[in-house]
Design a protein around this ligand. Structure first.
Ligand SMILES: Nc1ncnc2c1ncn2[C@@H]1O[C@H](COP(=O)(O)OP(=O)(O)OP(=O)(O)O)[C@@H](O)[C@H]1O
Ligand SMILES: Nc1nc2c(c(=O)[nH]1)N=C(CO)CN2
Length: 188
């Protein structure tokens, strides 16, 4: 039997969601088109920050994607179409040095990508409106920062089934967890 040392807040985790059409098509088309673009953004972000390091190590990362899930709108107070959600967990030994500056550089690129897909600004006083693409950073290793522009870990991710379900899918694939199933303990 193997004991798991589950530390879910390893790596860098990004949540993707969409429930209306974007410039590139349906929520499914948007997510499929956006996935390789996110990978490019992460690689460029990793490389550009590492270029400034003295030892100039190349950024190297593994990308773990969950399936795409259709989910009910969570916590919204108006009628909305169902969402498509997916999750990306990135593992690397050569992440940029965790800092608010580096995390905000990444957030800026993700927000740029949202706008490229046609995401509109949320009007003041409104929250959780339908969106053609939503990219949230959920955590980055054990880095903590709190301000309006960026809070890490994301304060609401634990309550979101559309995050927890894809996360458990990724973790069950990437961690060796063995079901404890000894017949002598079974209750008949
Ligand atoms: N961890 C984070 N990831 C993404 N955006 C964040 C984060 N922390 C703070 N923000 C800020 O939140 C602002 C609103 O983001 P967004 O419109 O995506 O929120 P939302 O998806 O409607 O709500 P929620 O944050 O509850 O998922 C962004 O402009 C960004 O500056
Ligand atoms: N199912 C689902 N519900 C949501 C989502 C989402 O991505 N999926 N995003 C929200 C605000 O970020 C609010 N509610």
């Amino acid at each position: 039997m193997e004991l798991s040392n589950l530390n879910i807040k390893n790596g860098l985790c990004i949540s993707l969601g969409a429930n209306i059409d974007s410039k590139f098509g349906s929520p499914l088309e948007s997510l499929l088109i956006c996935k390789p673009k996110i990978k490019e953004i992460i690689n460029e972000w990793g490389d550009s920050s590492n270029e400034k390091k003295e030892e100039k190590s190349k950024f190297n990362a593994n990308f773990f994607w969950s399936s795409i899930y259709e989910t009910l709108p969570h916590g919204v107070d108006n009628e909305q179409p169902n969402y498509l959600n997916t999750l990306l967990l990135i593992k690397s030994n050569s992440f940029p040095k965790p800092s608010t500056k580096n995390a905000k550089l990444l957030l800026k690129e993700l927000k740029k990508l949202e706008r490229f897909f046609g995401r509109e600004e949320t009007p003041k006083g409104k929250k959780w409106l339908s969106r053609c693409l939503d990219l949230d950073i959920l955590w980055w290793e054990d880095f903590h920062t709190v301000d309006e522009e960026l809070t890490l870990p994301h304060p609401r991710f634990m309550n979101r089934n559309f995050v927890i379900t894809p996360l458990s899918e990724i973790l069950s694939r990437s961690q060796k967890i063995t079901k404890f199933d000894d017949p002598k303990w079974s209750i008949n």
